[in-house]
Ligand binder design. Sequence first.
Ligand code: G3H
Ligand code: 13P
Ligand code: NA
Ligand code: ZN
Length: 328
Amino acid sequence: ARITLRQLLDHAAEHGYGVPAFNINNMEQGLAIMEAAAAADAPVIIQASRGARSYANDIMLSKMIDALEEMHPQIPICLHQDHGNEESTCATALQHGFTSVMMDGSLKADAKTAADYDYNVDITRRVVELAHWIGASVEGELGVLGSLEHGGGEQEDGHGVEGEVSHDQLLTDPDQAVDFVRATKVDALAIAMGTSHGAYKFSRKPDGDILAMRVVEEIHRRLPNTHLVMHGSSSVPQPLQDAFNAFGGEMPQTWGVPVEEIVRGIRHGVRKVNIDTDCRLAMTAAFRKVAMQSKSEFDPRKFLKPAMDALRDLCRDRFEQFGTAGHA
Ligand code: G3H
Ligand code: 13P
Ligand code: NA
Ligand code: ZN
């Protein structure tokens, strides 16, 4: 059954668990995520980026979710727009059956100036009004995702921040978070605590200096009833890096967000945990293995089936680790 983000995260807060939000682009990912959800008896957030929507087509994506729902009627599914950048992106998602949208006003407004902050508040508030008219949910974002380790590091698009940006400017300011939630009435708030998108988050196992989970705790203290969202929450597990590299991949050593830090976040109000990179890595490591070990193979299913199995196992692990299992 289709469920809104609000319904799902209210339940998660009541029962003290977190929900992974996995990105989807194609049928194989949908089948694997749902196989894991069914095995774990877990509700799930399936999210599509703007890139996913143009890759798969809105009609294909939305009918695919219809099919997955029909195959797994016992599993609550929230279909969420990941990183909506404009009101129109959010509106067309809702038109296609999404039950939740992210209005990411931080993409343009990186909270460095008051004007950027006002822009973020205004556009997010308008999307909340629109979505709430039809009973859908909204996630907003405050702060800049980027690596503290790289001295002001990377912006969300992977390009360096221009000019001087201090570490503190990247992290979500708790006072501003209180004001933002009050002004916009978002159902969930994505906050910045030092993670970034993609595989290259940290060049060593992160400690409290570069992964500032204390920010999560402080914001949760100030906003105990707001569902918090962690983006850039792939763990980039060593076994997946090793598998990728063992079969001809060339991924330099990297560190993601340790699962135990996410679990710590879940104890402090984190309810939605965005994971895409780990899913990509699980699948492509499996492709590489087939390509290297079965050089005469040309049936795509022989590549895709092991890739689905690897993605299923990863998703299953996260449902267990985040306490989502058993809550469908
Ligand atoms: O936030 C980024 C997600 O990993 C989606 O990535 O825009 O390449 O589909 P994408
Ligand atoms: P990762 O790149 O860490 O998987 O983050 C995904 C994400 O935040 C999608 O919005
Ligand atoms: Na999102
Ligand atoms: Zn994200």
